[in-house]
Write a protein that binds this ligand. Sequence first.
Ligand code: FAD
Length: 584
Amino acid sequence: MENLRRLTPFLSVAPQISEADVGTLASRGYHAIVNNRPDNEGEGQPSSAAIEAAAKRLGLSYRHIPVISGKVTEADVEAFRAAMRELRGPVFAYCRTGTRSTTLWALSEAARLDPAVLIGVAADAGYDLNPLRPRLDAQWAGGVTIVARATADAAPARAAKAYDVVVIGGGAAGCSVTASLLKRRPGLKIAIVEPREMHYYQPGWTLVGGGVFDRRKTTRPMAECIPAGAAWIKAAVASFDPPGNAVLLEDGTPIGYSTLIVAPGLELRWDLVEGLSETLGRNGVTSNYMLDLAPYTWELARGLKGGTALFTQPPMPIKCAGAPQKAMYLSANHWEAQGVLKGIDVEFNNAGGVLFGVKEYVPSLMRYVERYGARLVFNSNLKSIDGPNKRAVFETRKEDGSVERVSKRFDMIHVVPPQTAPAFIRQSPLADGAGWVDVDPETLRHKSYGNIFALGDAGSMPNAKTAAAVRKQAPIVAENIIAILDGRNPRAVYDGYGSCPLTVERGKVVMAEFGYGGKLLPTFPWDSTRPRWSAWFAKVSVLPWLYFDVMMKGREWLAKPTVLPHQPLAHEAAAACADPAQRK
Ligand code: FAD
């Protein structure tokens, strides 16, 4: 709880807490918890019910005053004010970053405290409330009640700050495309909006779960990853105002842009499997999709000497479609080496109907499935988990189209959660029917808004959602953004390249590399469908370097964009015709 900030002797705030943190709060003398976050807002977020139960167990009062990002209403402020009146202090309040809780506190005090004092106190705690100044001033001046200054459904906001390029997300895609842009045009005014303090190298998490990497190898402070020359706005985007060329932050602050790049990744939907959130990290339930749990995968694998090990794969699309089976191969390989594999029932429950989407790789993978004696169960989708009783329920679609529920006992289960676009994208005008950012699969430009692009996991293009895909997409988006800023048509095109290093055993990888339509696109002139030691060496030693020191630095090694010949825009063609020198 090192992020806990004291605003007053009565009230402290912090970013999202875990159930375990409730114990820390109780031991520090807090008497009440206020949760300002709606449920299911972000991946891995404990539910309000879970935090409330933990608070009740320790005798703390609990209030849930959920506030929608960017829409702090007067009703929210009044509810917060009432809670502060009624609760016994000291009180602890939280949301995703602590900004909404701090905003509520400032607005609830605005009629009686000087705005400069409120802003100063918040600044000392690390929260910038300057954008709230007009609203605080209005309340201070006469207790005037006003509604949220900038909301998604209010009139388009006038952006306080404007950038040539605003990038949403400082993950693999956001940092790489920013670096590629600054390489092309160092003077560009560009900002990354990213709430996290840490950047994650997620492709390394399979290796953490397989006991090959220490988890520290997969994290870096965000400050070291945001490219020099870009501004870092440490906040989360809540909504979009495409006609006003602005995005709205969680506290309602508008940020203006000439061009926008949307790269917030995807959302892990632990909530879509009943009982899963409650038992994650306990009772033999693990997942390499959450860094905190990847070491638990390895702990479970090392501890298992017999019994049943289940591995699950949800419906597509997911990030790194091979990761569910990689967890199985590395665990089974360990059991084989320990001589205990024969006593362990290994079962892979796949919501889809094939082991891997590109058929050329399936024979190699099947050889490992057979070697490890793993049972493949297709069309079997995890629906609920009962951790304490170690049972998982799958919905299985049979050949005649009927669906049945099958309950299976496990000693360990590796779960890959269903995945969707983040809620603020799904509910935005940028989304396609399935919720992803609706872009052209070649230029990565939004189909309705010409100055908006997307790359990485949040985009609608049908490539394999991988960091490897991002490596090829970033130069393409950079090239096309520069074209738009210069008033030209985007001409760089993406072929759908993605890659999935399938870690089939310690020391061997099948390096799947393919593009749109499953076309094989191997980087090196080798048969990429076979397991190789050299591919393992690449996965363990070369790819982390390629990620942090090449791709994220805008070095486009083996990733130069394909640029189509120039097609003049209508106004360029007209200008050329008007110019006598151009006439034949
Ligand atoms: P991310 O890297 O997830 O970054 C998204 C960023 O956006 C985050 O920093 C987040 O905080 C930020 N954000 C979210 N919401 C907001 C908001 N509202 N406002 C502002 N910022 C926001 N890929 C491979 O190439 N090879 C592999 O072997 C591989 N293995 C994998 C194994 C696992 C277990 C996992 C989980 C992933 C794996 N991947 C692999 C996939 C790869 O990590 C992702 O495809 C890649 O990180 C996508 O990049 P991104 O920038 O789109 O999303």
